[in-house]
Structures are given as C-alpha cells and as structure tokens.
Write a protein that binds this ligand. Structure first.
Ligand SMILES: Cc1cc2nc3c(=O)[nH]c(=O)nc-3n(C[C@H](O)[C@H](O)[C@H](O)COP(=O)(O)OP(=O)(O)OC[C@H]3O[C@@H](n4cnc5c(N)ncnc54)[C@H](O)[C@@H]3O)c2cc1C
Length: 303
C-alpha cells in the first residue's frame, strides 16, 4: 500500500489539474471569498476558530501586492460583518516582500490598520530561511503600532530557541510548527525525533515565559505529550490553542479537545492558487491521496 501511495504522489503532478483538484479538495476551502466564508461559518458552528489564508506567495509586481493587500484588508470587514470567529494568516512574500522592504512594510501597515479597526488579529506565516530575519524584524516593527499580531517559529530551525529567548514574554503570540521548507542541515535539524524534541522544548519555553502559543501540528505524539504537560503544569486554556490545516482528518481528536475546554483553530487556505499548495499537502500525506483515489474508483464501480 505504501508503494502504491508513493507512486500516486509521483504521478499526480503529471495528471490534468481537474484531477488534482478532485484529490486535493479537502485541503482547500474554496476559490472565492464567498465559498471560503461559507466554510468558515460551518467550521465556527462546529466549535472551531479559523485562520484564513489566501493561497499564493512571491508576487512579481507592486500592483499584485497591492491587490492582495486590499483583498486581505476587505476580509477583516467581511469577518466583522458576518460575526465570524476568524483571523488572518499571511505570507509576507504575498504582499510584496521580494519587491523591497518599504513596500512590504507599507502593505503590512495597511493590514495592521484594518485588523486594528476590527480589533482582530494578524499572523505572519514563516517562509523559508532567507526571509526569517526580515520577517521577525517586520513583526517587531508593526508590534510597536499594534500588539494583536503574531509570528511563526519553526521547530526544525536551529535558531528558533534563540528567537524564543529573545522574543517571548507575556505579550508574545507565536505559532510553533515543524517547518515545511527544505533547509540546509547547517541551519536546520533533519531527524524526525530531533525536530519533535525541539518542538516540545520550544512550546514549553514559550508557555513558561507567559506567551500565547498556537500548537500547530497533526502529530498526535506531540499533541498528546504537550497536552499532558500543559495539564500537569496548570497552564491556562487562555494561553494556548491547537491549530491544524483544513482537511486533515482529525475530527474525533479535535472535538474531544474542544469538549475539554481547549481552543482549536483550523487554518483555512483558499483562492485561485490552489495547485502548488495541494501538491505540497498531498506529498506530506500520500495516504490521503490513496484513500481519495480508492474512494473515487469505488464510487464509479459501484454504480
Ligand atoms: C496551522 C498550521 C500552520 C502552519 N504554518 C506554517 C508556516 O507558517 N511555516 C511553515 O514552514 N510551516 C507551516 N506549517 C506546516 C508545518 O510546518 C508542517 O510542515 C506540517 O504541519 C506537517 O507537520 P506535522 O507537525 O503535522 O507533522 P508530520 O510528522 O508531518 O505529520 C504527523 C501526522 O499527521 C498526519 N498529517 C500530516 N500532514 C497531513 C496532511 N497534509 N494530510 C493528512 N494528514 C496529515 C499524518 O498522519 C502524519 O503521520 C503549518 C502547519 C499547520 C498545522
């Protein structure tokens, strides 16, 4: 079965896009704002908070960067209008980080003002290592204007513990994830367990320092270990939340966490740029592609 799943993943990029769309559809919350907002409402009704992400990164022109910034800013209005439990999570390269510091800072300030207007929150996703230091510097800059902003640190990066030590305090809001990009071993851990161990250490250090932590992982080993530690150390439920990606099948576990008084946030990506994101997610979990394809064929053949 593992070999079949592996082969499916190798073949998927060569298949028609319509097929990839079908296989990847659980990961994407729609193409339009309206489709996505309908899905956010459904998730809220099931007890989940949401972080919205417009799919895409590395825009090539300042016009594109301005358009995405405007689209994000409008989302804060729509979230408020529809009274949704949702904030935004953006990639700085999507609002122009490759086009210069001043441009990305100006666009970021537009989003900070929009978030402020609605007392909402903005998180800066963490991209690959050439962007890490500048992302942290921009975070610090906008934090001076508005404290309802957060950042992401990646457990595979050697530097993350130092970053926690420098940044973490009672006002610091951090999502901790394993890290998705391919990084050089000079700067990033490679071993699966080594990354897990660092993940646990980072979350614990941030919580001990009084920060708010988004525990972003589907790794049940991490979720269970950290949850036990959180309970043993009497960490308040107002100091952390669990975060998962839309479409990852963990409903039973998440509903149990919500029942026990924990906040669970679903990261909801949507938009036209669904293709690259879908391939990335399917590569992360070939089993998912296998199940879905089996399902499609069993439906076709049971007609
Ligand atoms: C809310 C959220 C935000 C994120 N933001 C960032 C970011 O800003 N920067 C960044 O570099 N990375 C980000 N990531 C990605 C993250 O770094 C990991 O690459 C990704 O979450 C997989 O790691 P894992 O902790 O789930 O563990 P893994 O070891 O990859 O997975 C553990 C188990 O979870 C299940 N699983 C994992 N992925 C999937 C999937 N796609 N579909 C179905 N099942 C799956 C599998 O059963 C797997 O065995 C984010 C992840 C989440 C959940």
């Amino acid at each position: 079965m593992k070999l079949i799943n592996y082969l499916i993943i190798q073949i998927i990029p060569f298949l028609p896009k319509i097929f990839v769309r079908l296989v990847a559809s659980p990961y994407i919350a729609g193409i339009t704002d309206d489709e996505m907002l309908t899905n956010v409402k459904k998730l809220n009704d099931k007890g989940y908070d949401v972080a919205i992400d417009i799919l895409g990164e590395h825009v090539a022109t300042k016009e594109e960067a301005a358009e995405i910034t405007k689209r994000y800013a409008n989302l804060y209005d729509r979230i408020a209008l529809q009274d949704l439990d949702a904030n935004l999570s953006i990639k700085l390269t999507h609002i122009g980080q490759d086009l210069g510091y001043d441009l990305v800072k100006d666009n970021l300030m537009i989003l900070i003002d929009a978030a402020k207007k609605h007392d909402n929150f903005l998180r800066l996703d963490m991209e690959n290592s050439p962007y890490t230091s500048e992302t942290i510097n921009l975070y610090k800059k906008v934090f001076e204007n508005y404290s309802n902003v957060g950042i992401v640190l990646q457990a595979y990066m050697h530097r993350s513990m130092d970053d926690i030590d420098t940044l973490a305090n009672e006002m610091f809001n951090v999502r901790i994830c394993k890290g998705i990009y391919v990084e050089n071993e000079n700067i990033a851990y490679r071993g699966y367990q080594k990354i897990r161990d660092n993940y646990i250490a980072l979350v614990q250090r941030a919580l001990i320092k009084g920060s708010y932590v988004g525990i972003a992982s589907h790794d049940e080993y991490l979720i269970d270990k950290l949850y036990i530690w959180i309970k043993e150390n009497k960490i308040s439920t107002s100091q952390y939340e669990f975060q998962i990606l839309h479409g990852v099948p963990m409903e039973k576990k998440l509903q149990q966490l919500i029942k026990e008084g924990n906040k669970v946030r679903v990261y909801v990506p949507y938009g036209d740029n669904w293709y690259d994101y879908s391939i990335r997610r399917l590569k992360e979990n070939p089993k998912m592609a296998g199940y879905i394809i089996k399902n499609i064929f069993s439906k076709i053949f049971s007609r």
